[in-house]
Ligand binder design. Structure first.
Ligand SMILES: C[S@@+](CC[C@H](N)C(=O)[O-])C[C@H]1O[C@@H](n2cnc3c(N)ncnc32)[C@H](O)[C@@H]1O
Length: 333
């Protein structure tokens, strides 16, 4: 099985710079979402992919990150012999995936790099070996990531080029505006804007934050931080935007489903705390904008403020509902 799963001359783990260094804290922190209740969002995708994949099939896990989906697939279907090729743009995330799957013959890894001169990421067919391209992938998964692509049409066109005719594409995200979503369901990243607004109110109200008040009156400073926040947490697009882009790319949508996913506020805090600069970076000034790291006490204040703001946004409740959207597409001939 080990000999036939991957194409001839295929190297599972390339000897590249990203694969040599130490595992970094950022990736480990991100990876804790694996244990969060809201990461049950992967369950439907795992079952869709498991039903579809056959022995000998190869799945591209595009934006596979630290390999959470790959791990769940291998665990859920130990008897099935399909390969998962994780492709991601983060060397740090991929390095952690390598730590998990170094000795797992069913998993391979590829980094898509940023091409500075062209101001774009590699397309997936630019990082796959000729033998892999000649064979084509049988399926593609894209979980919790499609809302992050700034070059969606090019990305999807590249998916089309690396997939076999008839291959299935399994996409899901909690950051798609789905008209079917319940009224009480959040778009998960949109909570950030509300947390920011509540945080500004709290700074105005509470004496302990008095030293941060002047920055709220500095329009240009706040505008720059608004723009930064929208880089971390992108404006949400409609479901129809993705459906038509997929259609245009030759990946027509066969099925759309949605699911309510309950998230715990404390777990969501733990996730957002990693990106405190993107949420309330204006408290003390974001490193990316002011050019210096925030002092430890500023970071502690950011965490306290985020907790208070989240308590306000979610009215003191321990959980909130979110809407996840799942699309299954078929690669046209
Ligand atoms: C929220 S994580 C999701 C990771 C994994 N699929 C999961 O469900 O846990 C988003 C992933 O998308 C990757 N990513 C971000 N922007 C991307 C882009 N423009 N093209 C490809 N991948 C991207 C990130 O490196 C990260 O691994």
């Amino acid at each position: 099985m080990k000999k036939t799963l991957w194409p001839e001359n295929f190297v599972r783990i390339p000897q590249e710079d990203w694969a040599q260094g130490e595992v970094e804290l950022l990736a480990l922190k991100y990876d804790t979402v694996e244990n969060h209740g809201w990461y049950s969002n992967l369950a439907r995708t795992v079952s869709q992919i498991g039903d579809y994949m056959q022995d000998g099939h190869l799945l591209l896990d595009y934006s596979g990150g630290t390999g959470i989906l790959a791990g769940r697939l291998l665990e859920a279907f130990p008897e099935k012999c399909f390969g998962v090729l994780i492709v991601d743009s983060s060397p740090k995330f991929l390095r952690l995936a390598l730590e998990k799957f170094r000795h797992e013959d069913r998993v391979a890894l590829r980094l898509i790099r940023y091409r500075k001169e062209q101001r774009r990421l590699d397309l997936v067919d630019e990082v796959l070996d000729p033998d892999f391209l000649a064979r084509g992938a049988d399926g593609l998964a894209c979980t919790n990531a499609i809302h992050l692509y700034y070059d969606l049409p090019d990305t999807l066109a590249a998916w089309h080029r690396v997939l076999k005719s008839g291959a299935r594409v399994f996409i899901q995200s909690g950051n798609i505006r789905n008209p079917e979503a319940g009224e009480d369901e959040w778009i998960i990243d949109e909570t950030v804007e509300h947390i920011h607004l509540a945080a500004m109110e709290i700074v105005r109200e509470e004496e302990r934050f008095v030293r941060y008040r002047p920055c709220l009156e500095d329009r240009e400073y706040m505008r720059q931080h608004d723009a930064l926040r929208q880089k971390y947490f992108l404006p949400v697009k409609l479901l129809s935007h993705y459906v038509s882009a997929l259609q245009v790319a030759g990946l027509p949508v066969l099925e759309i489903t949605r699911q309510t996913i309950e998230a715990r506020v404390d777990e969501w805090f733990n996730f957002l705390a990693v990106y405190h600069e993107g949420v309330v970076g204006w408290l003390g000034g974001a490193r990316k904008l002011v050019g210096r790291e925030p002092a430890d006490d500023v970071v502690r204040d950011r965490f306290s403020l985020m907790r208070l703001a989240m308590e306000r946004v979610f009215a003191g409740k321990p959980t909130f509902k979110t809407c996840w959207t799942y699309l299954v597409c078929e690669r046209s001939a």
